[in-house]
Ligand binder design. Structure first.
Ligand code: ARG
Length: 463
């Protein structure tokens, strides 16, 4: 069989130019769809049986041959790359013809590559979305394990990169669990739309075969069918949606990275990153660089780029299918592949990080992070909030000038600012008290953090 033979040769006098053939081919970008194209083709052959295009024995022969191709592809996923086929769909059709002869030429009855491409791409998106949910769960799980160890590790929480209020390392971990959980939820929501089958749309106006599209969709694991073929063959919203979920998640991953890069900076030294995820300098022997995290931060741009690329690709495209859309696979695959690598790396970083608890605690004590508690103390004694805020501001200023922390100041000193200050203020200033006073749901108290851990654990089916 001539693998170079086109699906559409009849209309042409001459062979295409080799330069164009190469330019036109998408095999390198869509070979990963092989399995899904075969599954789609098996389901389609059953519809052709239903509308009497194929006999039972013909359908059986086609199904057996397609399963053989599937086995071959599963064993050697890149086997088709040394052929000159235009794309994965043509390769599978020619391969089928090589197994069953002219019978294979019946498979494309009533079907177009336009609905075939989007069906296999949607099936792949469904598969990868379910995998991505697991990857996101794995990162959450690693963060939860870290939170369980570190729920008493006090450190400063920041706003404007200024020490603001004391938190714990566990609380920081759980903030990212929330973000990755939202990403996971977004993926779950997107499955609703991914579960709509375009197969049976034909080239753009539907199929002339008298088939039941609902049954066809159901056989492929879809829950519903598209209602307008012009839209169905042109729709790549699901690619944009997946890339936009990736981009939001990469934004979370890059903030996660930036926080850890800061915590790891020499002057801060809250954590030590493992040798597993760092590298040295070729010149400076003392260096241990947070490469994994910097790369996640950097690759965020790559994924945003893929989203932009896809949006620009589709902008202003007339209905219905246009060859521009062939570029979608390369863009999607690159974005998703990058996201997966970053998720795996984030998991490894958090699994292997060491928290320098003493340094964290010392830093939390230093930054007047308990000033809000002192304000609250005065408010509880009947002073108005604004006045209390002003008084505590003055005391903090005095402590800065004396280069000491609030708890180092004597009771006498406090009473110079307000007579309501009593000996019990020192308990209020204690960082553990500060932390545990935030005991409403969502707060940093040990209790709330432990509850949150239990709650999130229930949502993780990955263990
Ligand atoms: N490889 C192409 C793609 O991925 C196949 C679609 C070709 N369709 C067409 N009408 N020429 O988009």
């Amino acid at each position: 069989m001539n693998q170079n033979k086109k699906l559409w040769g009849g209309r042409f006098y001459k062979q295409a130019h080799p330069l164009f053939e190469k330019f036109n081919s998408s095999l390198y970008d869509d070979y990963f769809l092989a399995k899904y194209d075969i599954l789609g083709s098996i389901a389609w052959s059953k519809s052709l049986l239903e509308c009497n295009v194929l006999t039972i024995s013909e359908q059986y022969q086609i199904e057996v041959a397609l399963n053989k191709i599937l086995k071959e592809v599963e064993k050697h996923p890149k086997i088709m790359l040394d052929t000159l086929s235009e794309d994965i769909h043509s390769w599978i059709e020619y391969k089928l013809i090589s197994f069953v002869g002219d019978l294979g030429k019946k498979l494309h009855t009533g079907r177009s590559r336009n609905d075939q491409v989007t069906t296999s791409l949607k099936l792949w998106c469904k598969y990868i979305t379910n995998k991505l949910i697991i990857y996101l769960q794995k990162v959450q799980y690693a963060l939860i394990l870290q939170a369980e160890i570190s729920f008493k590790y006090i450190m400063p929480g920041y706003t404007h990169l200024q020490r603001a209020q004391p938190i714990t390392f566990a609380y920081w971990c759980l903030a990212y669990v929330e973000m990755f959980k939202r990403d996971e939820n977004r993926l779950q929501d997107s499955l609703l739309r991914l579960n709509i089958s375009p197969l049976g749309s034909g080239a753009l106006s539907g199929t002339y075969c008298n088939i039941n599209r609902d049954i066809l969709a159901f056989k492929l694991g879809f829950q519903n069918i598209t209602k307008n073929s012009l839209d169905a063959v042109s729709d790549r919203d699901y690619v944009v949606e997946l890339l936009s979920i990736s981009s939001i998640s990469m934004m979370h991953l890059s903030r996660f990275s930036e926080d850890l890069i800061f915590f790891n900076a020499g002057e801060v030294n809250f954590i030590e990153l493992s040798d597993f995820v760092t590298s040295g300098s070729s010149l400076m022997p003392q260096k241990k660089n947070p490469d994994a995290l910097e790369l996640i931060r950097g690759k965020t741009g790559t994924v945003y780029g893929c989203l932009m690329n896809m949006l620009v690709l589709l902008k202003g495209l007339p209905l219905s299918y246009n060859k521009d859309m062939q570029e979608d696979k390369k863009i999607l695959f690159s974005g998703i592949h990058t996201w997966i690598m970053c998720l795996k790396m984030a998991e490894l970083v958090i699994q292997t990080v060491k928290v320098n608890t003493e340094v964290c605690l010392k830093s939390a004590k230093k930054g007047y992070a308990n000033s809000t508690e002192l304000t609250e103390y005065l408010v509880n004694k009947g002073v108005t909030f604004r006045e209390a805020h002003f008084i505590v501001g003055k005391i903090v200023l005095a402590a800065i000038n004396k280069q000491c922390s609030l708890e180092d100041l004597s009771l006498d000193f406090f009473q110079r600012y307000h007579s309501a200050f009593k000996d019990d203020l020192y308990n209020k200033l204690n960082l553990f008290t500060c932390i545990n006073s935030k005991n409403a749901i969502g707060g940093v108290s040990f209790n709330q953090v432990l509850n949150h851990i239990l709650e999130v654990k229930k949502t993780l089916y990955y263990d």
